[in-house]
Design a protein around this ligand. Structure first.
Ligand code: AOF
Ligand code: ZN
Length: 366
């Protein structure tokens, strides 16, 4: 490892990244303490309510923290949350220099942690690998400011955008490698959202089933009229996470009562024939679901995109062409009249999983 600021920050970022998916609405944060060319402490925030990265690193360093440099992927906090302020702890421990990747957008912090450190004479540098840290906490960055969940839309389709054949056959479109990545994505989001039609058609379990155990997301179904079959696996197999249904006031009251009697949460999202998706996202945000993986079907994907509720797209394409005017597509909505009106992707990247291509990008709404 090169002995410079970026190398130590990279180490702190790696620790933070490894905790993605297990901190709930909290950010992932890593901290490395270095003194006279030796690493004397390391820490990562692993769970909401548990120790912050800096505190854990300081505990490891003990007396050696005095005179050290702290590399932290997020501005040390300055507020009393579930834990006391990290900036105070760094000051008390006698840390001399603090290198921060990025400021904390939490309105309770937002620069005050850095200001406090400087006011106490610590030398603070900000912006080392800042972009990397911001990307790692993209969900936290949105949620902490807007209280709306960060939504990633994931689709798996043929090259011609079909998510099933004209007869409804969909097993399987993408390769095991791609499906493995999807389980990682599920682990990294607090909730997983599908439309009721997907539940009726596929009876999915909506859990993470990768090679290793993982954190299970809350299962959310957009089901305006509460048509979900009572025998559906998302309702009967409750050993993963709870299931939340998003319904409208038009859903039959007795159906709702039957579901609630089984311990299923039903959120009322508007009075229309279809769920008010913006209201639904607000309500999920109020329940501290800060990140959601949207997994279809095509109509729900389209409706979420039209309402500008999608923050990120992960589009997987298998090298297959199935055709069929009746075959459902990955993103289904009325569409725009002009090419100029199209939603374009920002910061696009392309990866390959087995034979499949995976395009990731951020929609730019006009
Ligand atoms: C840090 N280091 O490791 C983390 C920080 O409820 P609490 O006490 O856990 O506080 C959560 C807030 O603290 C969170 O919204 C974010 O602003 C900051 N997270 N700060 O200095 C850490 N996890
Ligand atoms: Zn803190």
């Amino acid at each position: 490892m090169l002995l410079n600021d970026e190398a130590y920050m990279k180490l702190a970022l790696q620790m933070a990244e490894s905790a993605l998916g297990q901190t709930g609405i909290n950010p992932v944060v890593g901290c490395v303490l270095v003194k006279e060319g030796r690493i004397v402490g390391m820490g990562a925030h692993l769970k909401r309510g548990h120790g912050h990265a800096e505190v854990l690193a300081l505990q490891m360093a003990g007396e050696e923290a005095k005179g050290s440099t702290a590399y932290v992927t997020l501005e040390p906090c300055s507020h009393y949350g579930k834990t006391p302020p990290c900036s105070d702890r760094l000051i008390e421990a006698g840390v001399q220099r603090v290198v921060v990747a990025t400021t904390d957008p939490n309105p309770l912090v937002a620069g005050t942690g850095i200001a406090k450190l400087r006011a106490h004479g610590l030398d603070v540098s900000v912006g080392v690998l800042g972009e990397e840290s911001t990307k790692l906490n993209e969900a936290f960055n949105k949620f902490i400011v807007t209280r709306m969940p960060f939504v990633t839309m994931k689709t798996a389709s043929t090259l011609d955008g079909r998510i099933a054949s004209k007869t409804g056959d969909s097993k399987w479109i993408t390769s095991p490698d791609s499906r493995g990545y999807v389980h990682t994505l599920r682990h990294q989001h607090q909730g997983i959202l599908v439309g009721v039609q997907t539940v009726i058609a596929d009876d999915p379990l909506l859990s993470t089933r990768g090679d290793l155990p993982a954190v299970q997301p809350v299962r959310i179904i957009a089901d305006s009229l509460l048509r979900v079959p009572l025998g559906a696996r998302v309702l009967t197999e409750q050993d993963c996470q709870p299931t939340i249904l998003l319904a409208s006031t038009q859903a039959p009251a007795e159906r709702r009562a039957a579901l609630e009697a089984r311990g299923i949460t039903v959120l009322t999202c508007g009075d229309g024939p279809q769920v008010d998706l913006t209201l639904a996202m607000q309500q999920l945000g109020e329940r501290e679901i800060g990140s959601i993986l949207l997994e279809g079907g095509g109509r729900l994907n389209g409706a979420m995109l039209e309402r500008r509720l999608i923050d990120k797209l992960v589009l997987m394409f298998a090298p297959k062409i199935i055709g069929g005017a009746a075959a459902p597509v990955n993103i289904h909505f009325d569409g725009f009249a002009k090419m100029d009106d199209a939603i374009t992707l920002d910061r696009m990247s392309v990866e390959q999983f087995g034979p499949d291509v995976c395009i990731t990008g951020y929609p730019m709404y006009k």
